[in-house]
Design a protein around this ligand. Structure first.
Ligand code: ADP
Ligand code: MG
Length: 466
């Protein structure tokens, strides 16, 4: 940590000493909070310039650091500072001027960015979007559907030279693309803090480009984007049909690849399936490693729920987690949202988390996910599997050869849809809800004692869910 190095000599020496001691305790606290690696990267290079009229002015060596500090630490910094000195209103972060700082009252360098949300007028100050703290490799649960994309992302974040260029990540919404990109950025920032990493959405890229055009600033724009070590553009499908943005991106892309810089791209489809993209850009995107993230499996969903429950530090019964993993299959974002709602509800009303409460709280979400499997599909699939007629699902026949499959279908209807017991009963030839309840119990019992039967049921479940 650097002490005050430049101060106005006319400043009161007492307040200077006070500022140094305040900074020492504030930075000590922050160091403890953020951990050693982050401290070395972000806090240590800071220099406190002055504390004047309730404003703390700090400078950092690079623009990137300033943006990072403003995005991640400045709020906490001013909070802690206020605890030391209630007069502090604001903390401003500057980029150190290359030339020796001018003495005197004038701020040290141009482009102040403060926690008061004063936007840096210069578009460069916001070039990289802020990163989500939770999106690290540590917090990414790896399973079959995403292990390839995960390994590729790790490799990119660890390699000093681009192992493949670009890394193109694609997959449906809410499956972890943004999470992996942020994780790459975090990792590189921690292990090689002098490498410049820029992460932004394709939409922001376009917005900045248009602004640069309007302000006749394209030379700066190009310089900025072409001087980075790692450029990550999220949701590139947004560029579909945007000819001039694609054109600019194409040139940026080539310039960076030529200089051996890493590019990471994400999209909702593979390069070749993207529509409205220029042929030459598509062929560039295909040049590196294309890694897809598949739809989640039951095992991955359960793993993610367990990990999130642990992070939330709440005890959630295993059967509730299993239930959620079975029911919320659309994507991880919904799964997380569901879990958060259940936890928030239980904390609000001060009630234990139970299966019943979960079903109640998530009623709407469960219905929406239900649209995927209908009772009719279950009946058809089960009938096929056991080689009986679909009409036997509704018939009154009680022979075990048809009664057992019917019970399995009822059980699966209970598990895979959010229909109530009476509703299910009606769909099975107008049977009573107690019959359905009995079927569910019976299947659970058999499943526990007969592993062959359990496998059958599990297989059916997978087929219906997949
Ligand atoms: P995408 O960018 O593909 O639409 P996100 O990266 O935004 O999806 O992921 C949506 C949410 O799901 C995020 O909160 C993310 O942390 C979480 N998530 C996705 N995949 C995983 C995973 N494998 N492990 C832990 N959390 C995940
Ligand atoms: Mg995303």
């Amino acid at each position: 940590m650097n002490a005050i190095t430049e101060t106005d000599k006319t400043e009161n020496e007492d307040s200077e000493a006070a500022a140094v001691s305040e900074w020492a305790s504030v930075s000590g606290l922050l160091r403890a909070e953020m951990g050693e690696a982050a401290y070395q990267s972000w806090l240590k290079p800071m220099t406190i310039r002055e504390v004047v009229d309730g404003v703390v002015r700090i400078s950092v060596p690079t623009r990137f650091m300033r943006d990072w500090v403003v995005a991640h630490y400045v709020d906490r910094l001013s909070e802690l500072w206020r605890l030391e000195n209630a007069d502090i209103q604001e903390v401003e972060v500057y980029v150190q001027a290359d030339r020796p700082p001018r003495p005197a009252a004038a701020p040290v360098a141009a482009e102040p960015v403060s926690n008061q949300g004063r936007p840096g007028d210069d578009y460069r100050s916001e070039i990289s979007a802020p990163l989500d703290r939770r999106f690290t490799f540590d917090q990414f649960v790896v399973g079959k559907p995403n292990e390839f994309a995960y390994a590729a992302a790790r490799r990119v974040s660890e390699a000093p030279q681009p192992p493949f260029n670009p890394l193109f990540l694609y997959g449906g919404v809410g499956l972890g693309k943004t999470h992996l990109m942020h994780a790459i950025a975090w990792h590189i920032r921690e292990t090689g803090p002098d490498r410049t990493v820029i992460y932004l959405s394709a939409e922001k890229f376009m917005y900045r480009f248009i602004r640069a055009l309007r302000e006749q600033n394209t030379v700066d724009f190009k310089d900025q984007f072409r001087s980075v070590d790692v450029l990550m553009i999220d949701d590139v499908q947004f560029m579909a049909g945007k000819e001039s943005t694609q054109e600019e991106f194409f040139h940026t892309f080539n310039a960076l690849v030529d200089q051996g810089r890493q590019i990471v791209i994400s999209a909702d489809k593979s390069p070749s399936d993207l529509e409205g993209m220029q042929e030459r850009l598509v062929s560039r995107l295909n040049c590196g490693l294309v890694a897809d993230i598949h739809a989640t499996t039951y095992e991955l969903r359960l793993g993610i729920l367990q990990s999130k429950a642990q992070q939330l530090n709440v005890d959630i019964p295993q059967r509730v987690l299993e239930f959620l993993a079975h029911k919320i299959t659309a994507n991880v974002r919904e799964l997380e949202g569901g879990l958060n709602r259940v936890v928030a509800h239980s904390q609000l009303v001060g009630r234990e988390i139970t299966l019943e409460a979960t079903q109640e709280v998530l009623h709407d979400l469960l219905r929406a996910n239900d649209r995927r499997v209908t009772i009719e599909e279950i009946q058809k699939q089960v009938a096929q599997h056991f080689n009986i007629r679909i009409s036997d699902m509704h018939s009154a026949r009680r022979a075990r050869s048809v009664a057992r499959p019917r019970q399995v279908a009822m059980y699966l209807a209970k598990q895979l849809t959010s229909r109530s017991l009476p509703e299910i009963g009606r769909k099975f030839g107008g049977r009573d809800h107690t019959t359905v309840m009995h079927a569910v119990k019976k299947v659970e019992e058999l499943r526990d004692h007969d592993s062959g039967f359990a496998e059958d049921v599990e297989l059916l479940r997978r087929m219906l869910e997949g």
